[in-house]
Write a protein that binds this ligand. Structure first.
Ligand SMILES: Nc1nc2c(ncn2[C@@H]2O[C@H](COP(=O)(O)OP(=O)(O)OP(=O)(O)O)[C@@H](O)[C@H]2O)c(=O)[nH]1
Ligand SMILES: Nc1nc2c(ncn2[C@@H]2O[C@H](COP(=O)(O)OP(=O)(O)OP(=O)(O)O)[C@@H](O)[C@H]2O)c(=O)[nH]1
Ligand SMILES: [Mg+2]
Ligand SMILES: [Mg+2]
Lengths: 291, 280
């Protein structure tokens, strides 16, 4: 892990209670490699290392600590600050249903996360409605209806029609169905697919979502920045859900996405079952990214 | 940008370094390549991109090149059994539809095995694909034993004289020991009915995956003996360079790439095209 690597890179020569420019430069080389191995995007790593190097140079030195350990602490604090603060709040509407739109690349975990969020909101005393806005993928509606049945949460579905209209009608009917949180599960799509990205804007303009969650796979590599940036520029997302955090991916994509969009990571998926949703904790993922 | 005779300078080297890293080939490989280029540049052995591109191209081709097991060869006798595995959401079920279409278009009789008995509507999803491609599907009910489905599918493939049997499995993380054990069991059970089956074990990878792909390949290989990679979603902006890192650890060729969401969006792996896309 990073502490051991820093110790072997600096430890033998580093005197306790001292952080020299050489220590910092050598230490940052190890940190850079660790972050790249953790899938943090190349340019994000570059600017991060630059910022932390400046911080380390100006740092107060602690007498009893090895330089390697000092660097780890500075890096971890900086990562935590960049990823945070923990902010799982959802903007609920003062009147009428709260609309939450789920978007992202294919297979990132939108449908499963929609079910998880529905369960989460119900546990907070709300009445959710799941909306099957993916009319493209084979058996996508069946998938969401199965989750709804499992949770005993209603699912709005129309077999045929355009996603934006389906979502509009679902929101219009929510209150009469006794629901006050509407979760729109959209089809996965590429950020470079003009027509499908326009479709998302159409859904947004017809439903005025209170939250737009970008659902991202924690094992995504360098491309995380490219897709997240495009989704955000097109839709101005309000939060990120990071899925499959129960694996052993270091999750560097989280840092890249946060840095490039500035939007908070609100929730994490930590398993396939519908109770496997957690509020995001920046300090925990900071340690994991660093390794 | 890099391929026209541009003079090498610090700025271009930085551009090159970013290109290599952002392909997902991993920092170790990217740094090793950059070190050799920078050394030759500083020693004035190379001056323009024309000097450096052939070197990069051949280095990358060596790392990822196909060789002669870079496709699926059908057995002359009895069904060729293909087991498809991979982490959640990678693209397994859709890639199976593509493989089925690929072989059906060659006039082969294809049968599908609905081995994902866990995820919501997984069997329904594969059933829709079977209907669209016009091939039979063997399935049990929700939460059935996947090994039992696999066994029945092999029996059916033999009885109905199918040329190809493709078995779907539930997405699973390589870190879930019990699910990797389940995969071993599925493979064993298949082998009970046809001694050297499955003849192919295809690991589906999402082209957007980062360095975690290496752990995925190692652990899936350990559990099931992977014979080929299917790189899905290469129609996005990700380069899929993680397969380079994989090849350094596990000697498994990329056999196919997925370029979209229909059953026709499949192509045999083209190493030249793959490397060119990384370097362009
Ligand atoms: N282990 C694990 N698996 C997850 C998690 N979230 C989702 N999955 C699995 O990931 C796979 C894809 O999830 P879906 O919800 O179908 O993804 P999607 O984004 O709706 O996919 P498309 O609609 O095709 O774009 C499924 O097998 C899910 O069970 C998670 O947090 N952990
Ligand atoms: N653009 C694009 N999308 C793809 C490709 N392959 C699969 N997909 C999409 O990725 C999503 C997930 O595909 P699935 O086939 O359900 O993935 P899976 O691995 O079977 O998922 P689980 O069974 O839940 O683990 C679907 O929306 C597919 O349409 C591809 O090559 N290109
Ligand atoms: Mg979905
Ligand atoms: Mg599947």
């Amino acid at each position: 892990n990073i502490s051991e690597r820093l110790r072997s890179a600096l430890g033998a020569f580093g005197k306790r209670g001292q952080l020299t420019e050489d220590n910092i430069r050598d230490g940052m080389r190890e940190v850079r490699k660790a972050l790249l191995e953790a899938d943090v995007q190349f340019d994000v790593v570059k600017s991060f290392v630059k910022d932390v190097t400046e911080k380390a140079v100006g740092e107060q030195v602690i007498q009893s600590v090895e330089p390697g350990q000092m660097i780890v602490k500075i890096v971890q604090d900086e990562l935590t600050e960049l990823m945070g603060p923990a902010d799982p709040r959802v903007e609920f509407a003062d009147k009428g249903p709260t609309v939450i739109m789920m978007v992202g690349l294919q297979g990132s975990g939108k449908t499963t996360s929609s079910g998880k969020l529905a369960r989460y909101f119900r546990s907070k005393g709300r009445q959710p409605l799941l909306v099957a806005a993916d009319i493209q993928r084979p058996a996508a509606i069946d998938q969401l209806e199965t989750l709804g049945k499992e949770l005993d949460i209603p699912v709005y579905a129309e077999r045929g029609g355009r996603p934006a209209k389906i979502c509009q009608r679902a929101v219009a009917e929510a209150t009469s169905r006794g629901c006050n949180v509407v979760i729109l599960d959209t089809a996965g799509r590429l950020h470079i697919d003009e027509a499908l990205m326009d479709e998302l804007n159409d859904v947004k303009s017809k439903t005025s979502p209170h939250e737009i969650f970008l659902v991202c796979d924690a094992m995504t590599g360098q491309d995380a920045v490219v897709s997240a940036k495009e989704f955000n520029e097109r839709l101005d997302v309000t939060g990120v859900v990071l899925t499959k955090m129960d694996g052993d991916a270091r999750g560097g994509a989280a840092l890249s996405i946060k840095k490039v969009t500035g939007k908070p990571i609100k929730f994490m998926g930590v398993g396939e079952k519908l109770d496997k949703l957690e509020e995001f904790h920046p300090d925990r993922i900071a340690g994991r990214i660093l390794g | 940008i890099l391929t026209i005779g541009r003079n090498l300078d610090d700025e271009l080297l930085e551009e090159l370094e970013e290109k290599l890293h952002t392909s997902d080939m991993g920092p170790t490989t990217a740094m090793a390549l950059m070190e050799r280029v920078t050394k030759a540049y500083k020693a004035r052995e190379i001056k323009t991109t024309d000097d450096v591109m052939p070197f990069l191209k051949s280095s990358l081709l060596d790392m990822v090149g196909g060789g002669d097991d870079a496709s699926i060869t059908l057995r002359p006798d009895g069904p060729t059994v293909i087991l498809v595995v991979g982490v959640n959401g990678a693209g397994k079920t859709t890639s199976i539809a593509k493989l089925a279409h690929h072989f059906a278009a060659q006039g082969k009789k294809v049968i599908l095995g609905a081995g994902d008995t866990f995820r919501a509507a997984a069997v329904e999803q594969l059933t829709v694909w079977a209907g669209r491609i016009g091939c039979e599907i063997v399935k049990h009910g929700q939460d059935a034993d996947p090994a039992a489905v696999a066994f029945d599918a092999v029996e059916a493939a033999v009885a109905r004289k199918a040329d190809v049997l493709i078995i779907d499995t539930a997405g699973r993380l390589h870190t879930q020991a019990n699910l990797m054990a389940e995969l071993e069991k599925i493979k064993r059970v298949i082998g009970k009915r046809i001694p050297d089956a499955p003849h192919e074990v295809i690991l589906v990878l999402d082209a957007t995956v980062g360095q975690n792909a290496i752990n995925q390949a190692m652990l899936f290989n350990q559990a099931a003996g992977v014979t080929g990679l299917f790189l899905a979603k290469l129609d996005g902006t990700a380069k899929g360079g993680a397969v380079i890192g994989i090849r350094n650890e596990v000697d498994v060729p990329v056999k196919f790439v997925g370029l979209g969401e229909t059953s026709e969006d499949i192509e045999p792996f083209d190493a030249d095209q793959f490397v060119a896309a990384i370097l362009e």
